[in-house]
Write a protein that binds this ligand. Structure first.
Ligand code: IMP
Ligand code: MG
Length: 187
């Protein structure tokens, strides 16, 4: 597992979820979504940038006609803690009236990002809005927000890899690991 990205893996205190575990969970989730969205107008909305890897894998496990859109929000900057203020940086480009929207996120932490996005999208006439997240950190929730689908519940530790970053780095690690606190202790 450590044969590639050796420099980046050195900053992890441990691997939390391996690429094999991720692939298995994503395939299972794709099958579930394929069943649940039969006959619906599925539009997957990926939240940039953390969800890109998960989004690309999940998309290919869905055996239905599906449209794709992306949104970007900012709340973190170069920090492991949310600023609590969510800014919309990039909006969707298509009309979502009548669509069954599935928002695809990398991780639900405080819940502020998704609660903001859900509220924002609900004013746009979608037939339904559901949330799918790869990771859920329930201990950190600051607002009442539950994902409709998730792959893994994780403890309150800062993780990177498989799309998740710290200061824009580590997104390219194929596994998910706990970032060693010494990397961000100067924060
Ligand atoms: P929330 O608004 O606090 O739920 O934060 C959600 C966003 O924070 C996610 O989309 C991630 O980009 C980022 N985030 C939260 N926890 C982590 C983590 O452990 N590693 C990397 N990014 C994280
Ligand atoms: Mg991020």
């Amino acid at each position: 597992m450590m044969e590639t990205n050796a420099k980046l893996y050195g900053d992890l205190s441990r691997i939390l979820v391996t690429r094999e575990e991720i692939a298995e969970a994503v395939a299972k989730l794709g099958k579930q979504i394929t069943e649940d969205y039969q006959g619906k107008k599925l539009m997957m909305v990926g939240i940039l940038k953390g969800a890109i890897v998960f989004f690309a894998d999940l998309l290919r496990e869905i055996d239905l006609p599906v449209m794709t859109e992306f949104m970007a929000v900012s709340s973190y900057g170069a920090s492991t803690k949310t600023s609590g203020v969510v800014n919309l940086v990039k909006d969707i480009t298509k009309d979502i009236t009548g669509m069954d929207v599935l928002v695809v996120e990398d991780i639900v932490d405080s819940g502020m990002t998704l609660s903001y996005l859900k509220k924002y999208l609900s004013t746009r006439g979608a037939a339904s809005i559901k949330i799918v997240t790869l990771l859920d950190k329930p201990e950190r929730r600051r607002v009442d927000l539950t994902a409709d689908y998730y792959c893994f519940t994780i403890p309150d530790e800062f993780v990177v890899g498989y799309g998740l970053d710290y200061d824009e780095k580590y997104r390219n690690l194929p596994d998910i690991g706990v970032l060693d606190p010494s990397v961000y202790s100067g924060e």
